[in-house]
Write a protein that binds this ligand. Structure first.
Ligand code: AHG
Ligand code: MN
Ligand code: MN
Ligand code: MN
Length: 281
């Protein structure tokens, strides 16, 4: 099945990506379409995944944070689009903090709503390499190594929120959002590491909320719908949690372009209800 084959590719590539990071910490002297300065590691991980997915039967389109346009790589009937953030949190490579790889499997060409996701998952390069895959109402965590993947069991968002982390400079937050955060921080513990995948995996482990809000200087926020926001929304919703762009599930967002950004929140339903009540419609 194509979805399983996609995550076999991701699991196969993960040890190679991890091993390749130490010698690719330099800047690549290029910017991607989002305006991020690329590391050699960003470009290299993207090329590695592109080559793997281009060869995979059933994958018709490859799209990535690091590529301007969608690549047509197949012509299967009912083929899928694979959208990749090859290295999430790549600025953490310099400071030797965790980073990840994010993958969304869409059943149509992009741009597309999150409702066309059939599976999504991520790799976390932390003290160990793990992969979380969500498909068919099932979310499973794997330990990933040179010899393949070991099933670590189902992932279920804990019922009670414990940790929170929000991106953006506080003076650039809106007053409504800041008011919401002041309430959140009465009860929850701050955890923010600058790599979405590491922060989201803490939420999946302990319960809580991760977000990158719309800012005064940039109302659309930072995170990219197809490559970051919608795949993690799919994982967290399947694990029993919720997602929001401030007023609706991230899976209901209808991006108009490939690299569109969207305010992004995932975590326990109760916290996201409070968020949506605090923000203007
Ligand atoms: P990427 O490295 O793929 O460009 O993603 C960076 C994202 C995300 O991982 C993280 O949550 C956020 O940017 C951090 O941004 P700040 O440095 O503004 O906190
Ligand atoms: Mn980037
Ligand atoms: Mn990212
Ligand atoms: Mn990235």
């Amino acid at each position: 099945m194509v979805v399983e084959a996609v995550f076999d590719v991701v699991a196969d590539a993960a040890p190679e990506i991890r091993d390749g990071l130490p010698k690719r910490r330099a800047k690549a002297a290029t910017e991607n379409v989002s305006g991020d300065v690329q590391l050699e590691a960003d470009v290299w991980a993207d090329d590695l995944l592109f080559e793997q997915f281009a060869d995979l039967d059933g994958v018709n389109w490859y799209a990535s944070e690091e590529r301007d346009d969608l690549d047509v790589v197949g012509d299967a009937d009912d083929g899928y689009a694979v959208a990749v953030d090859p290295l999430d949190g790549s600025s953490n490579v310099k400071s030797n903090n965790p980073c990840g790889t994010v993958v969304g499997v869409y059943d149509e060409q992009l741009p597309s709503s999150g409702r066309s996701l059939v599976a999504a998952g991520f790799v976390l390069y932390g003290p160990t390499t793990t992969m979380v895959v969500a498909r068919d109402d099932d979310v499973t965590e794997y330990l990933v190594g040179e010899d393949g993947r070991t099933n670590l069991g189902p992932v279920e968002l804990p019922a009670d929120p414990v940790v929170y982390g929000f991106g953006g400079r506080v003076p650039d937050w809106t007053a409504d959002f800041e008011g919401f955060v002041r309430d959140v921080e009465d009860d929850l513990k701050l955890r923010y590491g600058g790599a979405m995948i590491a922060d989201v995996n803490q939420v999946l482990t302990y319960g809580g909320v991760f977000g990158y809000p719309g800012l005064q200087s940039r109302p659309e926020g930072k995170l990219r719908a197809h490559f970051e926001s919608m795949p993690i929304a799919f994982v967290v919703e399947q694990a029993g949690g919720a997602s929001s762009d401030g007023s609706q599930s991230l899976l209901d967002v209808e991006p108009d372009s490939l690299h569109e950004r969207v305010p992004t929140f995932v975590g326990n339903q109760s916290v996201l209800d409070d968020l949506e009540a605090a923000l203007p419609d």
